[in-house]
Design a protein around this ligand. Structure first.
Ligand code: ADP
Length: 320
């Protein structure tokens, strides 16, 4: 049976300008290329999960503007179920992004419709309860995430939280989470270790101290996946199991949305009931496949691409 995943999260239009240098306050600089790209972590992860093969549904909000039409069209094109997509008065969420020649960026987000997504109704709660996995991020109001988590708990749906963007979280919100997915920055902030230099004196800064990050986060959630960029991902659960898997080596040209590709694919593999090591490797293959292409939502891989990279990287090949 096809795995059912529901994403409760954000949708933004990313307005990206490339510029030789980033402007200082009060300064105007001339940029080169301009791109308007559908994004937002919720929408990206919903597209990622649908392309990875899930029956995926998105609960979120866009405005009654042209960006809202475009965001809806992008999700629909990926086959994401949109019965729970709200169209609200006012603008869609927008991210204004300037990127310089060294790939350094400057981003201002206006949440727009995402900030008005404050309530789930009975139909939303039934949908969540009927899915295998609920996937949330932190770009919508926390009370909405809390309502989604409560509906999933009641329905026996597995709850995956991608705690991004980085921020500290109250225990109430983390209490219901089955699986936490974070990158090294998010893990450091969530563990309350940003600003610390080397708290356990082992010579490693918190963001690079994988065992310490995992130990700290396991005091708050039962299972953690920590993404490690080109190095892959680490997994730990209460009771002792620890795993680390390497990412497939690829020619990375743009890692934008690699984390979304990883998280969407991981939710699908989890919903399919695949073993944890295989799930992590498959998610790493999705992240690496995404990093091979320029762009955000457009570079999220389909199932066949993920399978091909997975087979190439992890399956034993007969030697000649
Ligand atoms: P985020 O994009 O959220 O900061 P990471 O940089 O940790 O997250 O990347 C998420 C996943 O994408 C990694 O766990 C890995 O599987 C894959 N990935 C990212 N960068 C690369 C890369 N340069 N080569 C191969 N895989 C990558």
């Amino acid at each position: 049976m096809t795995a059912r995943v529901v994403v409760v999260g954000s949708a933004n239009m990313d307005l990206v300008v490339e510029t030789p240098t980033l402007p200082r306050p009060g300064e105007t600089v001339l940029g080169d290329g301009f791109l308007a790209v559908p994004g937002g972590k919720g929408a990206n992860q919903a597209v990622a999960a649908a392309r990875a093969g899930a029956d995926c549904h998105f609960l979120g909000a866009v405005g009654l503007d042209a960006f809202g039409d475009e965001l809806k069209g992008c999700l629909a094109a990926a086959g994401v179920g949109l019965d729970g997509l709200r169209r609200v008065a006012g603008p869609s969420g927008v991210a204004l992004i300037a990127v310089d020649a060294a790939a350094e960026n400057l981003i201002v987000v206006a949440p727009g419709a995402n900030a008005h997504f404050t309530d789930l109704d009975a139909i939303d709660r039934d949908l969540i309860a009927g899915c295998d996995v609920l996937l949330c991020q932190l770009e919508i109001p926390p009370e909405t995430v809390a309502q989604a988590v409560a509906a999933a708990r009641r329905g026996g749906t597995t709850i995956v939280l991608n705690a991004a963007p980085a921020r500290a979280l109250p225990d109430e919100l983390l209490a219901g989470v089955d699986l936490l997915v974070v990158n090294q920055t998010e893990a450091t902030v969530l563990a309350g270790l940003d600003g610390a230099r080397d708290p356990d004196g082992d010579g490693l800064a918190p963001a690079d101290d994988v065992p310490m990050l995992l130990d700290t986060l396991l005091t708050r959630v039962p299972r953690v996946v920590l993404t490690l960029g080109a190095a892959g991902a680490a997994y730990a659960e209460r009771g002792g199991l620890r795993l680390e898997v390497g990412a497939p080596p690829v020619e990375a040209v743009d890692t934008t949305a690699a984390g979304d590709a990883f998280t969407g694919a991981l939710a699908v593999a989890w919903a399919q009931g695949r073993a944890i090591e295989e799930s992590l490797r498959w998610a790493c293959a999705a992240g690496a496949a995404c990093a091979q292409h320029r762009g955000a939502s457009s570079s999220l891989p389909v199932q066949a691409e993920i399978d091909a990279l997975y087979d190439r990287a992890y399956q034993p090949h007969p030697t000649a």
